[in-house]
Design a protein around this ligand. Structure first.
Ligand code: VGL
Ligand code: ZN
Length: 214
């Protein structure tokens, strides 16, 4: 381990789009996409806050094409609401109290990033809970991971990209995305460098389900 980073109360793990259509056998399969699952499962217990995002498209989403070119704006139908392809990949151990952010549900608009959804202000949600650092995992490095990571940096968070917990659609766009993220100040880290300090964030609710003051 080169440089351990200790997780604590001001950290959140972000898990981007680990859904069946992005894993082997899916309509928009990311090469080796399923290899991120055990890595993410090992990271989950080192955190006290988790945001899981999912692509959640209507059947007539603007990005869908009959002759997909597998690039921006021209994808095969994928992650259609309520279909098996939109479900989590088998084996992903999402905590019961993770935050779920659905995106891409407007048929007319692409939404690669969890910070771009009109119905939920993720930045405000995290800020109001004193979150400062985000650890980004999931699929795909060159699209939704890239945009989520860049938006997180633009919002002022310290951002770690967990490089063995992400996979990309193509080598060229993945290399370009990694360079772009690094230029934006994103810190690349391996999952084995992330160590649990044991510190946890305060609870959001009491034992009766009433919100606690922040
Ligand atoms: C994604 C392409 C289209 C992703 C989503 O999750 O990275 N890529 N929709
Ligand atoms: Zn999509």
């Amino acid at each position: 381990m080169s440089q351990p980073v200790f997780t604590g109360a001001r950290d959140a793990l972000i898990v981007v789009d680990v859904q069946q259509d992005f894993c082997p056998g899916g309509s928009l399969a990311v090469p080796d996409g399923d290899t991120v699952i055990p890595v993410i499962n090992r990271l989950i217990p080192r955190f006290g806050r988790w945001v899981f995002t999912r692509d959640w498209h209507p059947p007539d989403h603007v990005s869908f094409s009959e002759h997909p070119e597998f690039k921006d704006g021209s994808w095969p139908p994928h992650a259609v609401q309520g279909t098996p392809g939109a479900q989590w990949c088998p084996g992903l151990e999402m905590p019961m109290n993770a935050i779920l952010v659905s995106k891409g549900d407007d048929p007319r608009r692409e939404a690669y990033s969890a910070f771009q959804v009109p119905h939920f202000d993720l930045e405000e949600f995290l800020r109001s809970r004193q979150v400062e650092r985000l650890f980004i995992t999931g699929l795909a490095t060159d699209y939704c991971v890239r945009q989520t990571t860049l938006d997180a940096r633009a919002a002022g968070f310290t951002v770690f990209l967990v490089e063995d917990a992400v996979r990309g659609v193509s080598p060229e766009t993945t290399a370009a995305a990694l360079a772009e993220m690094e230029a934006a100040g994103v810190i690349r880290i391996r999952s084995d460098e992330i160590v649990d300090s044991g510190e946890r964030p305060p609870a959001d609710y009491d034992e009766h389900g009433e919100p606690l003051p922040k």
